[in-house]
Design a protein. Structure first.
Length: 446
């Protein structure tokens, strides 16, 4: 894997999950190579998935900023990349008011997503902010009131609303579509999540696009959503993202239909140029359709492949399964693969199954319920799963991911052994119980 000959320079643009991973693998596989990362923020990196808990006061702001240097990797902060010269193999950037350039032998673009401002008047009022980076979280903490409207039923919106409600805030969660996390989570699961949020005191408002944020004194005081006028002193916007691919497009690198940088199975976008993470257009594993995932789970794998291949490796990407887990109040929501909504939209015939059962043996302390939902082809191959519960959601998502990746059928799940302990799991894994139920319901061959 290690290159021989003269010293190679790998330049990585962006130090998020994909960028960090690409830089790390490039250095690990080719220790003699020079690896330089250009990061636009004034700090090396941060943990965006932790920001909902920062604004809720559960995690200190500084703890989500990573300033620990990595051996052998140079990270240049406050570096705004302004252009890529593909022919000359140079990256042009500005830092502290000066213009600089770096030559590269291999380039990895990991510029991620960028938030989009929804067409809502009043976004510039005091107390209103998109939640995207550390600076946003810092602003929200400084201007946080008691009456909060969270705009967007996204994963971030759910986490922010649940965490703030647990902390005693008066919270509204407003979503323009008919359900929370539309498309990603199927309606039976989404309705259960909405019911739980309401039990925490969150007022969940669906089918209600935000039209205006009002603030005659310069600070937000009301939100007009659908036919509702909601009193609010803080508005957190968690809706709307796009691949941050402008830099690549201006350099002449092909952009796909999703707006992401089109890559092949080596994460290669152009000769000597790779793209990874949220900015890369890859393909959904089951259908092969182009997607941009926006998930750490996929960014990590893509960064690993891009970094290794940038220094001569031969890893190939198999497609996006897009596994995720989010934390809502004291519950966990997770999923992987296709939702039934996506399967319907893309014309894939499928069946679904739903099961609510105990998540531990009935005598175990803290026993609760877990909701399992699966999506399978008419032939019985597992293509998607979602889970909602108090524990072990991550493990079930990971098991389902491996099952989909391996092409397992529902019948295969029935003959798969799962670990058991009465204080940790039920004796019969809910996913296998549900698989059996679907096989019987749709009279599939045993």
């Amino acid at each position: 894997m290690v290159l021989t000959g003269g010293t190679m320079r790998v330049v990585v643009v962006g130090n998020g999950t994909a960028g960090q991973t690409a830089a790390g693998f490039a250095k690990k596989d080719s220790p003699e190579s020079e690896v330089i990362v250009l990061e636009r923020h004034p700090y090396p990196s941060y943990h965006p998935c932790a920001l909902p808990y920062v604004v809720a006061g559960e995690i200190p702001l500084e703890s989500v900023v990573d300033r620990v240097p990595r051996p052998g990797i140079e990270v240049i902060t406050s570096a705004e990349v302004e252009g890529i010269d593909l022919e000359g193999k140079k990256v042009h950037f500005s830092k502290d008011g000066s213009q600089e350039s770096l030559e590269y032998d291999a380039l990895v673009i990991a510029t991620g997503l960028r938030p989009t401002r929804p067409p809502i008047s009043g976004l510039d009022l005091e107390g209103v902010r998109l939640l995207w980076d550390v600076e946003d979280a810092e602003y929200i903490l400084k201007h946080m009131g008691e009456r909060i409207v969270v705009v967007g039923g996204s994963a971030t919106g759910l986490e922010v609303a649940g965490a703030l409600a647990k902390g005693g805030k008066d919270v509204w969660l407003v979503e323009m579509m008919e359900q929370l996390m539309p498309g990603k989570v199927d309606p039976p699961v989404a309705s259960t999540v909405a019911k739980y949020l309401r039990s925490l005191g969150v007022r969940v408002l669906l089918k209600s696009p935000v039209k205006e944020i009002r603030g005659p004194t310069g600070r937000a005081s009301e939100v007009l959503a659908g036919d509702h006028v909601i009193e609010a002193d803080t508005v957190i916007v968690a809706a709307g993202v796009r691949p941050n691919s402008k830099l690549a497009a201006e350099a002449g690198i092909p952009i796909g239909e999703t707006g992401g940088i089109r890559v092949d199975d080596r994460m290669r976008a152009a000769p000597g140029v790779y793209a990874a993470g949220d900015v890369a257009e890859v393909w959904e594993y089951v259908t092969g359709r182009p997607v941009v995932t926006g998930l750490v789970s996929t960014a990590l794998v893509q960064g690993r492949i891009a970094g290794r291949n940038a220094v001569g490796g031969g890893l190939r990407y198999r497609g996006a399964l897009s596994p995720y887990v989010i934390h809502v109040g004291d519950r966990l929501l997770g999923g992987v693969g296709l939702s039934a909504t996506q399967a319907t939209r893309w014309g894939l015939e499928h069946v679904t199954g739903r099961l609510s059962t105990l998540d531990l043996e009935r005598f175990a302390p803290g026993v609760d319920r877990v909701l399992s939902w699966l999506v399978a082809t008419r032939e019985g191959r597992l293509i998607g799963a979602q889970f909602w519960g108090a524990r072990e959601v991550w493990g079930r998502v990971s098991s389902a991911a491996l099952a989909i990746l391996s092409g397992m059928s529902l019948q295969d799940l029935l003959t798969t052994e799962f670990a058991y302990h009465p204080l940790l799991t039920p004796v019969s894994e809910p996913l296998t119980v549900l698989a059996d139920s679907v096989l019987r319901r749709f009279k599939m061959a045993p």
